[in-house]
Design a binder for this molecule. Structure first.
Ligand SMILES: [Ca+2]
Length: 256
């Protein structure tokens, strides 16, 4: 009987680990290459708020504050040549290096209106497997509904799709947008909480909304992971395992 119980316990532990592992997501954008449209170079050739080492946006390091003096931030300006030529939309074009199953993608921005730095009015995300055929835009939602001045806030887009290339399209509320990180979380997309309509980008009739989209969930500043809508799987796994364990103990007690 002891052998049977130990086998049951082992199986429970293995199944529990498997369930939890499948619920995890991993930021596969860390160290990925990217292009930025919107860095401002003035008439004298000076680059304002540059991407010093060309890796600030995927180095998995977040700014310590919303201040423009933070080196982690890359400044995007609506008057830059690239953004002007792109209908006022600044872009971050991420190349993950290979195709992943992406659950969601996020961009982290400074909200410092007192210094003329605003969150993007709209964050749309488009993605592609081959870099040629692209998805419809998916609207990202801010994690904080009404962020305070001085907060760093993420906008997250649920993708649930295969992608190697992910482009963040940022419309400007004011001249400056400051970004410190972009993320792309790979994982299991069999999650039943997948929304039926996730591409409700509010760009109908070519009009860009200046409203901050309704927040999905207020999680605070720049978290280092985004296990969004996946913890329930783990909870269900724990509940099933505990029930099975109790059943095994009852069975053993009755046999005695
Ligand atoms: Ca960074």
């Amino acid at each position: 009987m002891k052998k049977l119980l130990s086998v049951i316990l082992t199986l429970l532990l293995v199944s529990l680990f498997t369930v939890y592992a499948s619920a995890e997501t991993e930021n596969v954008a860390i160290g990925a290459s990217y292009e930025v449209l919107g860095i401002l170079t003035d008439g004298e050739g000076k680059v304002h708020y540059p991407d010093e080492n060309g890796d600030s946006l995927t180095n998995n390091v977040f700014a310590q504050s919303a201040s423009y003096s933070e080196l982690e931030f890359v400044g995007l300006n609506i008057t830059s040549q690239e953004t002007s030529a792109n209908n006022g939309i600044s872009e971050i074009r991420l190349d993950l290096g290979k195709v992943y199953t992406i659950v969601n993608a996020a961009v982290s921005c400074s909200n410092l209106n007192s210094a003329g730095i605003s969150l993007p009015g709209v964050v749309n995300v488009i993605y592609s497997v081959d870099g040629e055929s692209w998805s419809e835009p998916v609207l990202a939602e801010y994690e904080v509904e009404q962020p305070a001045d001085g907060e760093v806030v993420r906008a997250v887009a649920d993708l649930y799709a295969e992608a190697r290339y992910i482009t963040f399209q940022l419309s400007h509320n004011t001249n400056w947008i400051f970004v410190d990180e972009v993320q792309a979380f790979a994982g299991d997309i069999s999650n039943p909480e997948k929304p039926e309509e996730s591409n409700d980008a509010n760009t109908e009739n070519g009009e860009q909304s200046t409203q901050i989209p309704e927040a999905s969930q207020p999680l605070g500043n720049a978290p280092d992971n985004a296990q969004i809508s996946t913890d329930w799987i783990y909870i269900a796994g724990v509940a099933v395992s505990i029930a099975a364990l109790i059943a095994a103990i009852i069975y053993r007690t009755k046999k005695k």
